[in-house]
Design a protein around this ligand. Sequence first.
Ligand code: 5GP
Length: 133
Amino acid sequence: MSTIFDKILDGDIPCHRVYEDDHVLAFLDINPLSEGHVLVIPKERRAFLHELSDDQAAAIGRVLPRLARAVMNATGCEHYNILQNNGAPAHQAVFHVHFHIIPKLADRGLGVQWRPTSLEGGEELAARIRSGL
Ligand code: 5GP
């Protein structure tokens, strides 16, 4: 399924590009939560993070801290969130993997609802996850 980010990658619709290499494109979000809200995407089309190859993931991971530093320098923000949504119930709207870099500036930025519970059955759960690696 093609998405709006494919059109951006193909140059069919414009974006404010901040970074590009052979594997990664980063550009300003069209509806920023705060000034400097940047999206970082792999050039290969994948809907979800778990579908990325190790190489694609490495390409993004290599540049993400550098982009965060550039956003901090440009906006003066000292704090920021990295957000990466997978699936509509997890607030994903565009089904092409993307990482948000969202500066926390005064009252602007990411709002998070965090409802912690107590860990139970941790040893068994960790073993179950390890067995899927
Ligand atoms: P999601 O909810 O899928 O994690 O976030 C998708 C993001 O893509 C949103 O923050 C939205 O503003 C952004 N977005 C959607 N369409 C466009 C577009 O055409 N151009 C740009 N630059 N950003 C877009």
